[in-house]
Write a protein that binds this ligand. Structure first.
Ligand code: SF4
Ligand code: SF4
Length: 457
């Protein structure tokens, strides 16, 4: 293994298979990625990003990973060039016949290892794409590179084996079967009764509801306050809604395929669509999970015709914002008196344009809402994106803290808030670690949790 990335490893030797000869299969998979028929998601922007870069370095100035220590191995262009050089060497006329003219060297097994690890050092946050004068998307190149790697069997098991594959087999990436899921729901109902003093029945597997609410399944165990808060808000709104168990298909909004594989991405999204159709819901509501929203609201449009998706898709943030505006739910901000700030998750913000809804919700539900800076489209990724939040192997968590986490911790300290409001499950995982690692005097909370706390009954 190349020593460059030995300090923090994502891909174990079991996955990387450094003993195998993988260069020929990598080149074959890359050839396929360069075909508009085989690459049905981002072919054109991918090709344009491969072919153009002025090497102006503007992207590096905003990349949170590079800016932290300014190490060349984390420079966005150096990373993109790993793929670009292979393209120039093997897939252009000049590169094939006169490689020295494009300065491209042969791909070796050592370089392939380096590329694989490097492509799991970028959270695909796309902050760089916002400032590139010629619209190059380094994050997209990383995603496409991960797809090629997956095609030759290289993908972190947190995303694949324990992610998409477990989700497709069990209905969710936590592996919870229906009896365990229903037990959890009962436990949450009891918890609401204990803390709020009233009984609330959480509907499960109800057919023909107006709203099917699908959470990131990890929230049931790790961030149950978000699940309970959402149940309280839906109950207060008096709408016809339901959660669903694995008995009905997929009961997990996540789609880790988005981070490494169009094939698995499509399989998961199809399973989620089939489940929604089976339950006959009018609207599929995506719980607090940024990438799940981007996937089902926008990227799905590249894959599945509208007539095969006979339901609306909304984020729980959009619904809560509407319900507060309509007076369907009433909130009293004095019930959340502590200063609250909001972290723009990349997938909600830069990737989906959902900036104002969470702010309106928080301004209505909290007494002292204050922005952290920079925010909105220039928000710093917290470091939990593209699956990083669930990657813990070796010293990888240390990498998440020392690079992305440090930037975010400084932002929170400057802001002076006591609560960081988060709308994304992966961000919650990362913030939980950031708060512990940097010993910050703050807590994090889901938006649903804060709204539930402010409800006027
Ligand atoms: S900002 Fe764009 S053109 Fe400039 S170095 Fe970065 S990717 Fe290349
Ligand atoms: S996508 Fe984000 S982490 Fe990756 S190179 Fe761009 S700014 Fe850096």
């Amino acid at each position: 293994m190349n020593k460059l990335f030995d300090e923090y490893r994502v891909l174990s030797d079991r996955i990387l298979k450094p003993q195998d000869e993988r260069v020929p299969s990598f080149l074959k998979a890359m050839e396929s990625s360069l075909s508009s028929q085989d690459n049905w998601t981002f072919y054109l922007p991918y090709l344009l990003s491969l072919e153009n870069c002025m090497k102006c370095g503007t992207c590096a100035e905003v990349c949170p990973v590079y800016q932290e220590k300014k190490e060349q191995i984390y420079h966005p262009v150096q990373r993109a060039d790993m793929l670009r050089k292979i393209y120039q060497r093997y897939f252009t006329f000049t590169g094939r016949h006169l490689p020295f003219l494009v300065g491209a060297e042969d791909l070796t097994e050592a370089k392939l290892n380096e590329l694989a690890e490097s492509f799991y050092r970028c959270t695909v946050c796309r902050r760089c794409a916002y400032v590139c004068p010629v619209a190059i998307d380094n994050g997209l190149l990383v995603r496409e590179g991960r797809k090629i790697l997956d095609a030759i069997g290289i993908a972190p098991d947190e995303l694949k084996e324990k992610g998409t594959q477990l989700q497709l087999k069990m209905g969710n990436a936590t592996g919870a079967a229906t009896p365990a899921f229903k037990n959890m729901i009962e436990f949450l109902e009891e918890d609401i009764e204990d803390t709020r003093g009233y009984e609330l029945e959480i509907p499960v597997d109800k057919e023909g509801s107006n709203f099917l609410l699908m959470h990131n399944a990890g929230d049931y165990m790790a961030f149950s306050e978000t699940v309970m808060g959402a149940a309280e808000v839906f109950n207060a709104a008096g709408v016809d809604w339901t959660l669903n168990s694995p008995d009905t298909g997929v009961n997990d909004a996540v789609n880790y395929g988005l981070f490494f594989s169009d094939v698995e991405f499509t399989e998961v999204i199809k399973a989620q669509i089939e489940t929604t159709k089976k339950l006959g819901a009018d609207t599929l509501v995506i719980g607090e999970c940024g990438h799940a929203y981007e996937a089902m609201k926008y990227l799905v449009q590249r894959l599945i015709p509208k007539e095969e998706r006979p339901f609306e898709v909304k984020s729980i943030l959009e619904l809560m914002d509407e319900w507060i505006k309509q007076g369907r739910i009433k909130v009293d901000p004095s019930k959340n008196p502590d200063p609250v700030t909001y972290h723009d998750a990349c997938k909600y913000g830069r990737l989906s344009g959902l900036y104002e809804q969470p702010r309106r919700i928080l301004e209505a539900s909290c007494l002292d809402f204050r922005e952290m800076y920079p925010n909105r489209e220039m928000s710093y990724c917290c470091g939990g994106g593209s699956g990083f939040a669930i990657m813990e192997k070796g010293d990888f968590k240390k990498f998440r803290m020392e690079y992305y986490g440090k930037v975010k911790a400084a932002q929170i300290k400057d802001n002076g808030a006591q609560v960081v409001a988060l709308a994304c499950s992966n961000c919650k995982g990362q913030f939980r670690d950031i708060i512990n690692h940097f010993n910050l005097p703050v807590r994090y909370a889901g938006i649903s949790e804060l709204v539930a706390n402010a409800l006027v009954r």
